[in-house]
Structures are given as C-alpha cells and as structure tokens.
Design a protein around this ligand. Structure first.
Ligand code: ACK
Length: 214
C-alpha cells in the first residue's frame, strides 16, 4: 500500500530554535551549579552518589543533549503503535512558542517541563501518559518535556517517565515543603533524588514542529 512508501521518522516533536537552546542550556547549567551548593541538596547527595561523604558535580554527572526538543510522538520508523496514524498529521515546520514551567533533576535525568497550549495539545498523542505510575491520573500532555541531559548509561526516554513520577507525587501531596526559594523559583524535594524547580516566570521557547531521522 501507499503507506509502505512513506518513510516514517524516529520521532516527531517541537525542536527548539538554536538561539533558544543556548539560553536554556545556560539556565539549566546555572541551576545545576546552584543546586550543587545548597545544603539541602548536599544532605541528600547520597541519592546521586550511592555513598556517604562523596561529592557530585552535577554538570559533569549529566551528559548534555544536543538538538533540544519536546518529543510529541515516538514513531520508531513506523514500528511504534499508532505511528502511521500520527504521521499523517500536518502543521509541519510551523513555529510554536513552548512554555517551560519547571526544571527537574533526578539521579537519572535533567529536564524541563513543558506546559502545552490547547493548540499544541492537538499534536499530542492520546496514549503518551499511559505509563503513569499506579494510582495517579494525570492530564493529557503531562509528559511533555525537554530532555536536557542524562546520566551515563541512561536513555532519554527516561526523562518523561521521571517527570510523570514527580507529577504523580505532587498530585498525592499538592503542597510539599518547599526546600528553598531560589532566584528562578521554588525548589521542592520529592525523595529518592527527585528535585523540581517551579519557575516563577515560565521560559518562552520558540520551537519548530518537525521530525527526526537518524
Ligand atoms: O528525550 P526524549 O523525549 O526521549 O527524546 C528522545 C527521542 O524519543 C529519541 O529517542 C524519545 N523516546 C524514545 N523512546 C520513547 C518511547 N518509547 N516513548 C516515548 N518517547 C520515547 C526520547
């Protein structure tokens, strides 16, 4: 059939413009640098190091990503469920303004939470949140994120799963203790090395809706 001739990409997503990427990388690095110096973080350093009394340089700990993007649909060249149906969506190469509303860090990943608009949600697959942790029910688009870095040996798919986990914990306890008021916003600790900085002012990030092939 005709679909056999269409080549379906590895994934679709919003690709941050290069000027925006530089700005976000700087913001994220500043955040990691500051987080590293906080007493509250040092108290839980073992989450990252696995042993008492050792230090971690968070900027070194995470391998920074190139091509910052917010994946909408992972298609795996047509092998992922729903890939072909998704691939017929239009709005190719349109520019969107993404709103980054939080930065989060776990021993596995560092990322930015993306709050999608109604229009952007039209590009969001209905089943993206199907791997929500047990007991939680999160709205469509909850998984939307930009992976900023992964610890050694960690695949980027983990960033969205880490975000869902934090949001599920947040849902259980909507008013957790804020650990620290930082310049950029309030920092909260969700145990087991999970940190979230809710930004006082969301970061606007212009991004092009497109697809990626390796
Ligand atoms: O950081 P990400 O959102 O996580 O961007 C990359 C991109 O696709 C290329 O690997 C994401 N990704 C990988 N596998 C999956 C999956 N099974 N479901 C959703 N996103 C995925 C990865």
């Amino acid at each position: 059939g005709p679909l056999g001739e269409i080549s379906i990409p590895l994934y679709f997503g919003f690709f941050l413009l290069s000027s925006v990427q530089d700005k976000i990388k700087c913001t994220a690095n500043d955040f990691l640098k500051t987080l590293d110096t906080l007493e509250a973080f040092k108290k839980h350093m073992i989450d990252f190091t696995g042993k008492e009394e050792s230090e971690v340089d968070l900027e070194q700990y995470f391998q920074a990503k190139e091509f910052l993007h917010c994946t909408t649909k992972f298609c795996n060249y047509g092998k992922a469920e729903g890939a072909k149906e998704y691939a017929v969506k239009k709005m190719y190469s349109f520019i969107f303004e993404l709103s980054l509303t939080a930065l989060f860090v776990t021993p596995r990943t560092v990322g930015a939470q993306v709050s999608l608009t109604e229009e952007q949600l039209l590009l969001w697959p209905a089943d993206a949140e199907s791997s929500v942790p047990a007991g939680a029910s999160l709205p469509l688009g909850s998984r939307a994120h930009v992976t900023l870095g992964c610890a050694e040996g960690v695949e980027p798919v983990q960033t969205g799963l880490d975000l869902l986990e934090i949001l599920a914990l947040k849902q259980q306890d909507p008013k957790p203790d804020v650990v620290e008021e930082m310049e950029l916003g309030s920092l909260t600790y969700y145990n087991e090395g999970r940190w979230m900085l809710s930004l006082r002012e969301p970061i606007g990030a212009r991004a092009c809706f497109s697809s990626y092939y390796k």
